[in-house]
Design a protein. Structure first.
Length: 198
C-alpha cells in the first residue's frame, strides 16, 4: 500500500477536486483516530496527541492498494475539543456541508471506542449518517482499542455488533481486515480474495 498526503482543507470550498472515490474517516476525539491512521498506512502520517480534538482540518490522503486508488479523508474529531463554541459551530457547519454534498464519498468509516461502545455521541453520529446515506454509500463501524478488553467483553461486543470490525492500533490487530473490507465495499468482491499481511 502506498499513501501520499495531498492537502489539509478548512472547508469543502478548499477541498481537493472530487476526481476519485473517497473514504471518509470519522471518530470522536480521543477514539484513537490518528493512531488508527498510522497503523492503517503503516507509517506516521498523523500526529497523535494527548489533547483531544487536535485535528481541525479535513485531511486528504491518496491511497494506492493493489493498483486501485482512492482518497482517504480524515475528518476532525467530534466532541471534547477544547475550542470556542463559535469555532465548534463553524466545524459542524463545514462537516455537515462536506458530508452531505461530497458526491464521491462511497464509504464512511465510523471509529468507536470498544471500551465505551454505546455512547450517545456515537449513536447520534450513526443516526446522522443514516439520515442522508445514499444507495451507493455504506457505513463501516470499526471498534478501536480492543486490546483493552477481556476476551469475554470482546466476544459480547462482537455479538452486539456482528457487522462491525475490531482493531487494536498498538498491536495492529484487525487492520488487514479493515483494508480487505474497504476494497470489498469499493470494488466488489476483491480479486481472488487477496490476503494482506497485518
Amino acid at each position: 500500500m502506498k499513501v501520499k498526503f495531498l492537502k489539509s482543507a478548512p472547508s469543502i470550498n478548499e477541498a481537493i477536486e472530487p476526481n476519485f472515490t473517497e473514504v471518509a474517516l470519522l471518530g470522536r476525539s480521543n477514539v484513537g483516530k490518528s493512531s488508527f491512521l498510522n497503523a492503517f498506512t503503516n507509517q506516521k502520517i498523523a500526529k497523535t496527541s494527548q489533547t483531544p480534538g487536535k485535528t481541525r482540518l479535513i485531511n486528504f490522503f491518496e491511497v494506492e492498494d493493489e493498483g486501485k486508488k482512492y482518497i482517504l479523508v480524515d475528518l476532525p474529531g467530534f466532541g471534547y475539543a477544547k475550542v470556542s463554541k463559535s469555532m465548534l459551530k463553524e466545524w459542524g457547519k463545514n462537516l455537515d456541508e462536506f458530508l452531505k454534498n461530497r458526491f464521491n464519498i462511497k464509504l464512511f468509516i465510523h471509529l468507536r471506542d470498544a471500551r465505551h461502545p454505546n455512547l450517545d455521541i456515537d449513536n447520534n453520529v450513526d443516526e446522522y449518517l443514516k439520515s442522508f446515506l445514499r444507495k451507493d454509500q455504506q457505513i463501516l463501524t470499526v471498534f478501536t482499542k480492543i486490546d483493552k478488553l477481556k476476551q469475554s467483553e470482546l466476544a459480547k461486543l462482537k455479538r452486539e455488533y456482528p457487522n462491525a470490525l475490531f482493531v487494536s492500533n498498538s498491536k495492529k490487530r484487525g487492520i488487514a481486515e479493515v483494508k480487505r473490507k474497504i476494497n470489498e465495499i469499493l470494488w466488489g468482491e476483491y480479486e481472488n480474495n487477496k490476503t494482506y499481511s497485518e
